[in-house]
Ligand binder design. Structure first.
Ligand code: KIV
Length: 299
């Protein structure tokens, strides 16, 4: 976060609200007046103003259009689609074809949001040239405005080449789910050595040219330190309230995910219950012969 952004913050440390005295609310990423497609330059300007912003995942055109109409400025076609949309146990099996198809759907479903597509496991680890080939496909075929990839220092060369080629990159450090087989699912950056590595990773992705960085499952104090250290925005998930932006997997956020959800998510609706109730009511009316009624019938 920049000095200007820091100056826009209240003494209590809360970010200047887009409606605060120093901000022009018409420009705000969330709640602003502009209807054109958001770019990475708008993201940088918002961070410069000290504005916090929300990001949600989306995997289909209809859900994306709902979030777009709600004003969500950045939509991530995350490889979390593997777990929540495609029925895989992890994100590891997700393919380029799956990401490309669902990213195109999300782009078609949105008018304003910046759409960011994940590069799936195996699509960039071979090196920068492989990363460029696959990222180019997502930009050309699916129409996304940016890509996201996992890894800090280890992904420096990939990020650098993509940025040089004109493809904006969101980085992702801390817990990186594509490495679940090596890393497991646990809080990252605990202890001095791990914290120093996280800071090095954060600086590496910024130096490579990333326009933002996701911090997943990182202690809040460390995430806040990374946020103060970098000038690009940090996007937290399970990283406390000190980051510039927050992201949630939308199925967790709307209460659609079954079973146990991570402690860092918040459920703002109970769509699982609502969908199940609607399905049961439909089934009962079919079995009982009350659907379709006269108003649903043609003669
Ligand atoms: O795939 C995804 O949804 C993500 C978010 C959790 C940041 O990477």
């Amino acid at each position: 976060m920049s000095l200007q952004a820091a100056q826009n913050q209240s003494p209590a440390g809360a970010s200047a609200s887009p409606t605060g005295p120093s901000a022009d609310s018409s420009k705000a990423l969330y709640g602003g007046k502009s209807t054109r497609r958001i770019t990475v330059h708008d993201i940088a300007a918002a961070t410069e103003r000290g504005e916090k912003w929300p990001m949600l995942t989306a995997y289909d055109a209809m859900t994306a259009s709902v979030f777009d109409e709600a004003g969500i400025p950045v939509m991530l076609v995350g490889d979390s689609m593997g777990n929540v949309h495609l029925g895989y146990e992890t994100t590891v099996p997700v393919t380029m074809d799956e990401i490309a198809m669902l990213s195109a759907a999300v782009v078609r479903g949105t008018k304003r949001a910046l759409v960011v597509a994940d590069l799936p496991f195996g699509s960039y680890q071979e090196g920068p040239v492989q990363a460029l080939r696959n990222a180019t496909r997502l930009v050309k075929e699916s129409g996304v405005g940016a890509v996201k990839l996992e890894g800090g220092e280890r992904s420096y060369e990939q990020i650098r080449l993509l940025v040089e080629a004109g493809i904006p990159v969101m980085a992702h450090i801390g817990l990186t789910p594509q490495s679940v087989n090596a890393m497991g699912y646990r809080v990252q950056g605990r202890g001095e050595e791990a914290a120093q590595q996280l800071l090095r990773d954060a600086k590496a992705v910024q130096d490579a040219g990333a326009f933002a960085v996701v911090l997943e499952l990182v202690p809040a104090e460390l995430a806040a330190e990374v946020t103060r250290t970098l000038h690009i925005p940090t996007v937290g998930i399970g990283a406390g309230s000190g980051t510039d932006a927050q992201v949630l997997v939308y199925t967790d956020m709307v209460g659609l995910t079954g079973g146990k959800v991570p402690r860092f998510t918040k459920q703002y609706a109970n769509l699982r219950q609502a969908l199940g109730d609607a399905a049961k009511e439909f089934a009962e009316e079919v079995v009982g012969g009350t659907f379709p009624a006269a108003e649903h019938t043609f003669h």
